[in-house]
Structure formats: C-alpha cells, structure tokens
Design a protein around this ligand. Structure first.
Ligand code: EPU
Length: 339
C-alpha cells in the first residue's frame, strides 16, 4: 500500500485542477482496503473512493482520506458456456485496457465503449455509455465491500438498478457504503455488433466488419470530437443529456425545428451539447475554463483553470440554457465540495 500526505489531486484527476487530499492511499489488496477502512488512524475522517478521476471535480482541498485501488487483474471465470465468457475485472483496471483485452481476444460486447477514460470500478457506478451501448449491457455482477462491516456483497445486475448514467451506487445511502472491488462482465464469443449510432452506420454497410475495425473507428471519432485527457484537462461530458416530456419537446420543436432528439424510457432525450451551442456558449471561456468548441458538452482546462473558473462557467451555461430553453442541466461530473 502507498500512503501520501497532502497529495496533489491534480495528478489523480483528468481535469488536472489543483486541490489537495490530506491522505491519499493506494491499496494493492482487499485486505489492505479493509485495513484502511478500520484502522483507528483514519477513524472519523471524511472518506472518498476514486477511480481514474475522469469524472471528478474537487472544488476545494479534501480534508480526509482519498482511496484508490491499484488492483489490476482480469480473470476468466468458470461457468462459461460455448457462447458467453465471464471476466472478473478488478476495479482498478483501466477501462480501455479491458476493452482492448476483449477485442484482442475476439470477445464481443465492449467494443463500442473503446477509449472511454476511467477505470472498471467506475463503469459500474456511472454506467458509462457511448455509441448505443452502456456498461450495464455487459455487466453481470458487481463485487463490493460493505464499509460498515468489511464483508463482501455481490450485486446482481438487476440489483444495481441501472439507468442512464445512474446506478444504485450513486444513491446517497449506497455511495459511501459500498466500495466496488471487481466487476464481472459477460462477453460473447458470437459475432454481433451494435452499429446503429449515426457515424457507425457506414461501418454496418461494410462486408467484413471486425472488432478491431469497430474499435479503430470509435477511437477515431472520439479523437476527433473529444479532447485528449493527456493533452487538455477535462472530465468528458460535463452535463447529462436532459430528458423532457413529449409536451415540452413539441413546444420547443415549434421554436427550434432543427432540435435533435432521441426517444428515452421516460421521455425525450435532448443533446445538452446542442442546447449549449445554441445558447451561444460554444468556445466561451472564464479564466482557464472553456466550453470545448469541438463538443460543447465538455468543459476543458486550457492550462491554468481553477475550480472556481470551472464552477463559474458551469453556472453561466446552466443559466443561459435555462433562460433560453427552460431546461435545467444537471452535471454528469461528480463535484466534490461546493459547486
Ligand atoms: N451537438 C451540438 N453541438 C456540439 C456537439 C454535439 O449541437 O458541440 C449535437 C449534434 O446534433 C449531435 C448531438 O448533439 O448530433 C449528439 O452529439 P454526440 O453524438 O457527440 O453525443 P452527445 O449526446 O453529445 C453522448 C455522451 C458521450 C458519448 C456520446 C456518443 C452523455 C452525457 N454524453 O454525448 O459520453 O461519447 O454520446 O455516444 O450522455 C461522457 O459521458 O463523458 C461522454 C463523452
């Protein structure tokens, strides 16, 4: 286990915004995690477990214990049948390493989620999604440690209560209580693809589609549209796409006939990026924070942004979109501290 005092969190988040953690602990086993949870040294301290830091904004220093898993195994489970393969993946595995592993081993199901930043554990909290696929589509079980008892609890995918960028692990009574240690994903040996999302439709028309081709196309699309976390700090989509009622949608569509939309289980989903762009916020900056011109859903740190810059820009976007469209955007990014 590695323990750091006054740890610089800009190294542990893809926004690269300065903030400090009183203690930062990186553990190598579940026993070490239990030691952290029950050590008298840390009793009573505020605690936060993080993954790859790709969906996090610290608005102040964190006066407590930040925990991170350094466990990185991918194990094939028994119980496979001819078609399905179950992989038990440690929470600390880099998400895209897992996707690449599946593609390299001819396992179908994860390829549309190529190149999403973050780690496997967070995929099960956040239900990450892109290009018509969500993590829930391939999650079979989630292993977690109950922080009150230290016992392991295994959640079935139904118990995880997945919805768009939502799971039971985001509910206030579960978020501090369970720490995900491993996720079991169900992949398939049978060739099948999900290629109905706009830019992938051309691929669907090709004869010899392969996992590697889908992965390469998605990496290409993401590289063109989204900032590279290593080059320009960001936390991916800053906002969730709002879901509105059909009545409200029809009213808006009357004023904005070109408004894009997608059916959602509980209403009509509107791309927040479109609303932000049409509220005149594309490329807008406050201090070092900027609405990324290539994809307005993303706020970037152009180099020296402070959390206050990001929060101010976030506030202005919300106000402008609410004033023009009557829709209040909710952040997708997990904001730690005051927003
Ligand atoms: N659009 C604009 N302006 C922009 C960008 C997009 O008007 O600057 C409009 C276009 O009409 C476009 C539509 O928004 O057709 C949708 O854009 P896009 O396909 O890029 O997807 P998105 O809805 O903006 C979501 C996810 C992304 C994911 C993509 C692809 C959320 C919050 N975001 O974005 O996920 O990669 O779909 O499936 O659901 C993330 O969560 O961090 C993330 C990047």
């Amino acid at each position: 286990m590695k323990i750091f005092h006054d740890f610089d969190l800009s190294k542990a988040t893809t926004f690269h915004i300065p903030a400090k953690a009183r203690i930062y602990a990186e553990y190598d086993s579940i026993d070490e995690l239990r030691d952290l949870l029950f050590s008298p040294q840390y009793t009573g301290m505020k605690r936060l477990h993080i993954g790859g830091g790709s969906n996090l904004l610290f608005t102040t220093d964190f006066d407590g214990l930040v925990m991170h898993s350094a466990m990185k195994s991918i194990t094939t489970m028994s119980g496979d049948n001819d078609d399905d393969v179950y992989l038990k993946v440690s929470a600390g595995v880099v998400w895209d390493d897992f996707v690449k592993y599946c593609v390299d081993n001819s396992l179908y199901g994860a390829e549309n989620l190529s190149y999403i930043p973050g780690e496997a554990g967070a995929s099960a909290v956040q239900n990450v999604g892109a290009y018509g696929v969500e993590a829930k589509d391939i999650i079979s079980k989630v292993h977690a440690i109950d922080t009150t008892s230290g016992e392991e609890r295994i959640f079935t995918v139904e118990e995880c209560d997945y919805a768009y960028r939502h799971s039971i692990f985001k509910r206030h009574d579960y978020s501090g209580r369970y720490i995900i240690t491993d996720v079991v994903y169900r992949l398939s040996r049978l060739k099948h693809f999900t290629l109905d999302y706009g830019p992938l439709k051309e691929l669907a028309a090709e004869k010899d589609v392969t996992l590697a081709k889908v992965r390469d196309r998605i990496i290409d699309i993401r590289r063109h549209k989204l900032p590279e976390p290593a080059e320009l700090g960001s936390a991916g989509s800053f906002f969730k796409n709002p879901v509105i009622t059909p009545e409200k949608f029809l009213r808006l569509k009357g004023d904005y006939p070109e408004l894009p939309s997608y059916p959602a289980p509980d209403g009509i989903k509107i791309p927040a990026a479109w609303l932000i762009e049409h509220a005149g916020m594309k490329g807008k900056s406050i201090g070092g924070a900027q609405v990324y011109p290539g994809q307005c859903l993303v706020i970037v740190n152009t180099g020296n942004a402070t959390a206050a810059d990001i929060v101010a820009l976030f506030g202005e976007i919300r106000e402008k979109v609410a004033a023009q469209f009557g829709i209040t955007l909710s952040p997708e990014v997990n904001i730690i501290g005051k927003a």
